[in-house]
Design a protein around this ligand. Structure first.
Ligand code: CAA
Length: 257
C-alpha cells in the first residue's frame, strides 16, 4: 500500500514503520495517524511478522501532534468527533512494538513512544510534554503513561513546566530501556526486534499482555491472570518444541503457534 506520511519495510520477521513528514518534524496529523494504524493493522494480521519497530528521522521521532491542524478546531465538534480516539488504537496492538527514538519526541511524539512496549533512544533524543506552552495539556495519554513510567515528581515537573529531558536522564529515570549513539540506534533496535521476532509469537504476545496487565489491576489479580495464560500456553506447539529442544540440547524450531 502506498502511504504519504510513513514508510514501511519488512526485514525478516520485523515490520519497520518510519514516520516521514520531514518538513513538519513528523508532526502527527490525522492522515499520519490513520496511515500508521493501517500499517500496524497490516503487520498485526501478517503471521510472518513477529515484532514491529516504529521510528522517525535523526532530527525528530515526532515533534508532537500537528499544531497547525489543531489550531482551528472548535468545541463541541472536537468532542463529537472524539479527536485523537484513533491514536489510542496504536497503544492497543498485541504484537511487540519497539520505539526507536532519535531527536525530538515532544507532546504527541513522546506519547506515541510511550504507547510502544519499550523505547530505545539515540543519544540525541529529547523527550518532553510542551503542551503547557500552548495553553493546553497532553491529549494522547501523556499525563497517564508518563506518570506510570517516571513517577509523579518528574511527570508533574515535565508536564507543568514543559521542560525537555535528554536521553541520559530518560534512561536513568526508566523512561527508555537503553541509549545508543544515534548512528547505531536503528541497527541496535533491529537486533533486539529480531531477537524478539525469533521467539514463539504466542509467548511474546502473552508476555506483553501479562506485563500490560500491571497497569490495569491489583497484584493478586495480575498474578492470577499470568497463571491462567501460563497454563494456556501449554496448549501451544511451541511450548512442547521449546521444552523438548532444551531437553534434547538443540535449537527450538518454533512454528509461532
Ligand atoms: N505541529 C506542526 N508543525 C510543526 C510541529 C508541530 N508539533 N513541530 C514542528 N513543526 C513544523 C514547524 O512549524 C516548521 O514548519 P515551517 O517550516 O513550515 O515553519 C517545521 O516543522 C520545522 O520546525 P522548526 O522550524 O520549529 O524547527 P526547529 O529545529 O527550530 O525547532 C522544535 C524544533 C523545538 C521541535 C520546534 O519545532 C517545536 O517547538 N515544535 C513544537 C513542539 C510542540 O509544542 N509539541 C507539542 C504539540 S501539541 C500536542 O502534541 C498535543 C498532544 O498531547 C497530543
Amino acid at each position: 500500500m502506498a502511504y504519504e506520511t510513513i514508510l514501511t519495510e519488512v526485514k525478516g520477521r520485523v515490520g519497520v514503520i518510519t514516520l516521514n513528514r520531514p518538513k513538519a518534524l513528523n508532526a502527527l496529523n490525522s492522515q499520519l495517524i490513520e496511515e500508521l494504524n493501517l500499517a500496524l493493522d497490516d503487520y498485526e494480521r501478517n503471521p510472518d511478522i513477529g515484532c514491529i519497530v516504529l521510528t522517525g528521522s535523526e532530527k525528530a521521532f515526532a515533534a508532537g501532534a500537528d499544531i497547525k491542524e489543531m489550531s482551528v478546531l472548535e468545541y463541541p465538534q472536537i468532542y463529537l468527533d472524539d479527536f485523537f480516539a484513533q491514536a489510542d488504537r496504536i497503544g492497543q496492538r498485541r504484537k511487540p512494538l519497539i520505539a526507536a527514538v532519535a531527536g525530538y519526541a515532544l507532546g504527541g511524539g513522546c506519547e506515541l513512544a510511550l504507547m510502544c512496549d519499550f523505547i530505545y533512544a539515540g543519544d540525541n533524543a529529547r523527550f518532553g510534554q510542551p503542551e503547557i506552552n500552548l495553553g493546553v495539556l497532553p491529549g494522547i495519554g501523556g499525563t497517564q503513561r508518563l506518570t506510570r513510567a517516571l513517577g509523579k515528581a518528574k511527570a508533574m515537573e515535565m508536564c507543568l513546566t514543559g521542560r525537555q529531558m535528554d536521553a541520559k536522564e530518560a534512561e536513568t529515570a526508566g523512561l527508555v530501556a537503553q541509549v545508543f549513539p544515534v548512528g547505531q540506534l536503528l541497527e541496535e533496535t533491529l537486533k533486539a526486534a529480531n531477537t524478539i521476532a525469533e521467539k514463539s509469537l504466542p509467548s511474546t504476545m502473552m508476555t506483553k499482555e501479562a506485563i500490560n496487565r500491571v497497569f490495569e489491576t491489583s497484584l493478586a489479580e495480575g498474578v492470577r491472570f499470568e497463571r491462567r495464560i501460563f497454563h494456556a500456553i501449554f496448549a501451544t506447539h511451541d511450548q512442547k518444541e521449546g521444552m523438548n529442544a532444551f531437553v534434547e540440547k538443540r535449537k527450538p524450531d518454533f512454528k509461532h503457534q
